[in-house]
Design a protein around this ligand. Structure first.
Ligand code: UP5
Ligand code: MG
Length: 212
């Protein structure tokens, strides 16, 4: 089935600012929201295609998997067409499975090219972006969090070299995103050098206000 009118909140900010953590807390408390992490979708797509190549999965495109792998390991952005396709598929699948119409899109958009691809594929009527949460935190705090997580995350980009590249990409690409949604009047900056609970109290308030 095609998607009805949906409500979208983008959750952006540097690596390690707690995008995933806060989205997870929000969906636990408010099950009408669905969490779609662009990074998780890309990692799942990579895995699916790699498994298919090894003869275990249900099909997949090795070239696609290699592109995703190379970009993630270099801390660079995956081509927008791939990411937007996965997000659209994620929304459609969630709607078909459980009627989901409220989406927290985590880790996207990360640059002008992402915005352009979203605007080209999605219609404002059907995919209404009501808020953009921008998490901010000093980089040295984030490096500490990511190195700690890297001990157990299994993520190929949680090492100091790639972490540095992820920050460089973020700094270089994020400006037009913040400008665009500031102009649209929907940007909310959320200081993330605080406890998870303190941040969540603000996130929760903003999300509730924006969907009243
Ligand atoms: N933690 C969380 N909150 C804390 C707090 N308040 N105090 C102390 N610790 C806190 O948190 C990170 C760690 O910090 C965890 O251990 C957590 O417990 C702790 P998390 O919630 O995971 O932060 P998050 O912001 O989600 O960090 P993540 O590493 O996922 O952010 P990235 O933006 O780097 O990762 P993402 O998965 O979005 O993207 C990965 C790569 O995919 C990108 O580099 C890029 O190559 C590619 N990508 C695209 O190309 N396009 C996209 O649109 C998306 C991704
Ligand atoms: Mg994340």
């Amino acid at each position: 089935p095609s998607l009805p009118a949906c409500t979208v909140i983008f959750v952006v900010g540097a690596p390690g600012t707690g995008k995933g953590t806060q989205c997870q807390l929000l969906i636990e408390k408010y099950p009408q929201w669905t969490h779609l992490s662009a990074g998780d979708l890309l990692r799942a797509e990579r895995k699916r295609a790699q498994a298919a190549q090894a003869g275990k999965g249900d099909g997949g495109d090795l070239e696609l998997a290699n592109t995703i792998e190379a970009c993630i390991n270099a801390g660079q952005l995956v081509p927008s067409s791939i990411t937007v396709r996965l997000l659209e598929k994620g929304m459609t699948t969630s709607f078909a499975a459980n009627g989901a119409t409220h989406f927290l899109v985590d880790g996207f958009p990360r640059g002008q090219d992402n915005i352009d691809a979203w605007d080209a594929h999605m219609t404002p009527q059907q995919h209404r972006v009501v808020k953009v949460l921008d998490f901010t935190c000093p980089e040295e705090v984030l490096v500490g969090r990511l190195l700690e997580r890297g001990k157990s995350s299994g993520r190929s980009d949680d090492n100091i070299e790639t972490i540095r590249k992820r920050f460089a990409t973020h700094v270089q690409a994020c400006k037009p995103v913040l400008e665009r949604y500031t102009n649209d009047g929907i940007l909310e900056t959320i200081g993330s050098d605080r406890s998870v609970d303190e941040i969540f109290a603000q996130v929760e308030t903003v999300v509730m206000e924006s969907t009243k």
